[in-house]
Unconditional design. Structure first.
Length: 213
């Protein structure tokens, strides 16, 4: 499995492309906003000689879904996210108006993700971890063979997800971190929704928000 990252949109969001040895690919949180960003994504798929299979969301905050409609219509792929995140997804257009951003609503999900299930992407197991707190239906994707965690906006290098947003919950976020994220092996590489990658071990030792966990 190969992982490619594009930093996109005014929020410097990390859009992830996972490519299996089979040539199948999955995009996580396509925040692609500008024409240049979308062209870069198309070029990345061509460079990888990959066939896009689906869109998966860790959560549906605006900066993570700005490119959903474009990806879905351009590549004809289905969308998946957790049912508890539907309220966030459905109000994204209102947030875009408030932020002064252009936004085309994406399609409804082909199905909802269930907490604790294991997906199969190109022969690789992908565990769906339900980690609410930053948003009500936030999930993270853990690839045990690679020891990779696509954490969305739950955990960052030196920080944690914003818990002062509408529908956010600090107590729930800390529970998610303590019971799901920090129990992963310390060598697990965390690929966050913004900023550089880190590891579970590094954050356990140095992240000021996690010292009392």
């Amino acid at each position: 499995m190969r992982l490619r990252v594009l930093e996109v949109n005014p929020y410097q969001e990390n859009t992830y492309l996972l490519v299996a040895q089979t040539g199948q690919a999955w995009v996580i949180d396509p925040g692609l906003y500008s024409a240049q960003e979308r062209a870069a994504f198309a070029a990345l798929l061509e460079e990888e000689k990959a066939h896009l299979e689906a869109i998966y969301l860790t959560h549906a905050h605006l900066d993570h879904i700005l490119g959903v409609a474009w990806v879905a219509s351009t590549y004809g792929v289905p969308l998946f996210f957790h049912m508890a995140e539907a309220v966030v997804y459905e109000h994204a257009e209102e947030w875009a108006t408030l932020m002064g951003l252009s936004y085309t609503p994406g399609p409804p999900p082909a199905a909802y993700l269930e907490a604790g299930v294991s997906l199969e992407w190109g022969g690789q197991e992908v565990q769906v971890l339900f980690v609410p707190g930053h948003s009500p239906g936030h999930v993270a994707f853990y690839l045990p063979a690679q020891r990779w965690l696509l954490s969305g906006d739950v955990l960052f290098r030196g920080s944690i997800g914003n818990y002062q947003l509408p529908l956010a919950d600090y107590t729930l976020l800390m529970h998610s971190l303590r019971e799901k994220v920090l129990k992963l092996p310390p060598e697990t590489i965390v690929w966050p929704g913004h900023g550089p990658a880190t590891t579970i071990g590094h954050e356990r030792q140095t992240n000021p928000f996690l010292q009392a966990v």
